[in-house]
Design a protein around this ligand. Structure first.
Ligand SMILES: [Zn+2]
Length: 438
């Protein structure tokens, strides 16, 4: 493939995992603003521990609740499918605004998703998307969204550079080539914008630290998928990707507010005398954890100490106190655009903006746990085993490719900016209340 416009790297949203990380492209809003903070979460206001009646207050988009994501998205966020009625989607996990005619492969997506999961057979799904995409380019759609799941599926089985992954990437590349050839033959190559982007990066996992088992080993009873109910759990463990997790203390005691860090550290918070926050950050698998401070700011905690993250107007301030978990070397203050420029090339790209967004959602856990590269948080129930993964905030998971056949505004870019590029190209106004740079 040759580049006629722009090629480079962008940052995705946190958690860097499929489903949630599609929200920025499709709504122009980060996951927290969408009130869909992760692929698994617990509604702390409503969940009171009742197995059957309250099972819907415990969410996982990885199974039978997958379709709930459309109605879980905050009403104020509007999808490209709602904003552009003449749009078509192929294999999209988010379908709000689509009719059956405009979402013709949804049943095939579920079928090939199951085949990929159980038989580790991902390429047929991609091949179907390729065929339908090339056919659809000759139809009068204004916007077509296509997902190619095989690269992710094969990456989990082995390595981001495994031969099957590279083969799947080459087929996506060939599909773009076919699209361009058709557009050129029709004389429309210059009037059509093609954007190629991923929802997350990936990296090999050498060690699993199963967080649910970690709590069990301390006599702290966890509520964790795939088990949908546990009597008197002391913690709910909601893993994403599997490089991050949200923890909810005493999940069967419905409450309005998130517990701040001092409460989470206090004896008895998780039904044990130990300070489990301190124990967690001592683990090699854990880069840092994040919680509210109870006074409107966030605290980022690693094994050496704490840093503070606070927002004043549109200005986000990161201030190392006893430690510098984001490795920025000192206090950093700036708006969202300045933060991206300052940290795009750092170990934790855009982390401050993404963490602040994460805690905007009332559904986010009391504690967010971030894995170091090479580790993840799920072992026992992950079938097939994830030999590579994503979901964390480090650069191997947060950096994504962004290719365009047309020039883009100067970067660096977030995946959420793709939403604005599409609307701008189509001459449609950008909705207010978005996270995109426009
Ligand atoms: Zn994946």
């Amino acid at each position: 493939m040759t580049s006629g416009g722009a090629v480079g790297r962008a940052t995705t949203a946190f958690p860097s995992t499929t489903g949630v990380a599609y929200l920025p492209f499709l709504t122009g809003c980060l996951p927290g603003r969408c009130n869909v903070p992760s692929i698994r979460w617990l509604d702390r206001k409503r969940y009171g521990g009742k197995w059957w009646r309250e099972r819907n207050h415990l969410r996982s988009y990885c199974g039978w609740q997958a379709g709930h994501i459309d109605t879980d998205i905050a009403p104020g966020a509007r999808t490209l499918f709602e904003l552009i009625p003449e749009s078509l989607a192929l294999f999209t996990p988010i379908t709000r605004g689509l009719s059956a005619v405009r979402d013709p492969t949804q049943r095939a997506r579920r079928f090939w998703g199951a085949m990929g999961h159980y038989l580790q057979w991902h390429q047929p799904g991609d091949d179907l998307v390729s065929r339908r995409l090339v056919e659809s380019i000759d139809q009068p759609w204004r916007f077509i969204f296509a997902q190619f799941p095989a690269v992710d599926g094969y990456t989990h089985q082995k390595h981001p550079s495994a031969p099957r992954v590279l083969r799947a990437l080459a087929r996506v590349d060939a599909t773009i080539g076919q699209l361009r050839a058709r557009l050129t033959a029709r004389g429309e190559a210059e009037s059509t914008l093609i954007l190629l982007v991923s929802d997350h990066g990936a990296s090999p996992v050498h060690t699993h630290l199963d967080l649910a088992d970690w709590f069990r080993a301390r006599d702290v009873r966890p509520l964790a998928h795939p088990t949908l109910w546990t009597r008197n759990p002391a913690v709910a463990v909601m893993v994403a990707g599997n490089g991050s997790a949200m923890l909810y203390a005493r999940p069967d005691e419905a409450r309005l507010e998130r517990w701040p860090l001092p409460t989470l550290r206090s004896p008895g918070a998780f039904g044990t005398d130990e300070d489990l926050v301190a124990a967690l950050v001592r683990e090699d698998a854990v880069a840092f954890v994040v919680a509210a401070d109870g006074q409107g700011a966030l605290v980022v905690v690693d094994r050496d100490g704490e840093a503070r993250l606070s927002l004043t107007g549109a200005t986000l301030a990161y201030q190392p106190l006893t430690s510098d978990p984001l490795g920025l070397g000192g206090t950093v203050v700036g708006n969202a655009a300045e933060w991206l420029r300052r940290t795009h090339d750092s170990d934790w790209p855009d982390a401050a903006v993404q963490l602040w967004d994460q805690f905007r959602s009332e559904r986010t856990g009391d504690l967010v746990v971030i894995a170091r590269e090479g580790w993840d948080f799920r072992d026992a129930f992950e079938v097939p085993e994830h030999r590579s993964g994503h979901g964390s905030l480090h650069r191997a998971h947060m950096l994504i490719p962004l290719w365009s056949n047309m020039p883009l505004p100067p970067g660096p870019h977030r995946s959420v900016d793709v939403f604005a590029h599409v609307l701008h190209w189509l001459g449609e106004p950008l909705p207010s209340n978005c996270d995109t740079a426009g």
